[in-house]
Design a protein around this ligand. Sequence first.
Ligand code: NAD
Ligand code: GLY
Length: 370
Amino acid sequence: MAKVVVDIAGKRPYDVRVAPGILQNLGEALRRLDRNPKALIITDLEVAKHYLNATKASLEDAGYHCSVITVPSGEEAKSVECAAEIWNAMADCKLNRDSLVVALGGGVIGDLAGFTGSTFMRGLPVVQVPTTLLSMVDSSVGGKTAINLEAGKNLVGTFCQPLYVCADIETLQTLPEREWACGCAEIAKSALIDSDDFFFWLCEHADQLAARNADVVQEAVVKSVVFKAQVVAADEQETKGVRECLNYGHTLAHAIETEAGYGVYSHGAAVAEGMRFAARLGVACCGTPLALVETQDHLLDELGLPALDLQADPERLLDLMFSDKKVRSNTLRFVLPRDVGDWEVVSLEPDVVLEHLRAWQQSLSCADQA
Ligand code: NAD
Ligand code: GLY
């Protein structure tokens, strides 16, 4: 079993465990950290079908008294209404500051349980049990929690590190292909930003990751968690210009998702396209080698994240990027790769971005006709 410790100055360090089959030992692992016998499992309907019984049995065998709250699957659950329902359930269950909240599911459940747990009675300990590839490699680690408002995604949230993260990679066996590709996009992002070692290892093993080879999946998750742990240790609250690197590919991705309509392209497909665009922008703005663009394109293809066939108005995409809540000035900030393992944030004027969006759209339509 692999263990990665997330050690943030001034915070209690926590373990991220990654291995097949560890869900059955979850209760025992938690009892070693915590003596309070009460736990609330928060999960969604789809995940509950597969993994709720095993999770509950593991906790109960270790002496926990468990309550369960199940929400609908999907992004809609990150709502004020669901959060209020969960806070009320927490009150009904008479949870106190020692009770555990167990987030069993993907990033939606992780964010929702993390947010409600970190705010109820000013904060209960939250255990993350990620069951999607994306949540194992990204959202379960680092303590960002959030729910959505009509005005935008993730507008209300907290920074609150979990007590423990249990990534049982066996749970990924039931993950749909589209969700798999979402996790692969985040792994590719992490690898490129992190280092030659991670990136070229991933290039060599991309087909095996796409085919869900268990050893390769385990190693990809561990490498991603090690990377994320380093980033959040350096810049927990995204104030030091380090955590921003995790936005590589995401500036354009959010605009693509909104323009196409949520759900038309998966988040991973949009991030992959955003990475393709950002690398090309890098060639023009910070000397990114063309070889990086080509190697990254090939990697994304191999991971099942082909270039999109989106035909969108570049001016509209530009407007959408400016309406993102993170934009604070008249320029757009892009994380660009100077090289593998070397990145910078570049602020670009709208007309420069527009010119590149036009070139990118032109290249997509040429590829379409080819
Ligand atoms: P998700 O949680 O919606 O899960 C995707 C789908 O897969 C859901 O329908 C779910 O029911 C199903 N599912 C989950 N595990 C399964 C399994 N093992 N087998 C079968 N089906 C399973 O989506 P996600 O991609 O995991 O997370 C996306 C969310 O994560 C977004 O809301 C995003 O904002 C958030 N996020 C947060 C952070 C962070 O740092 N907090 C980082 C990245 C993303
Ligand atoms: N996934 C973005 C972050 O954790 O900061």
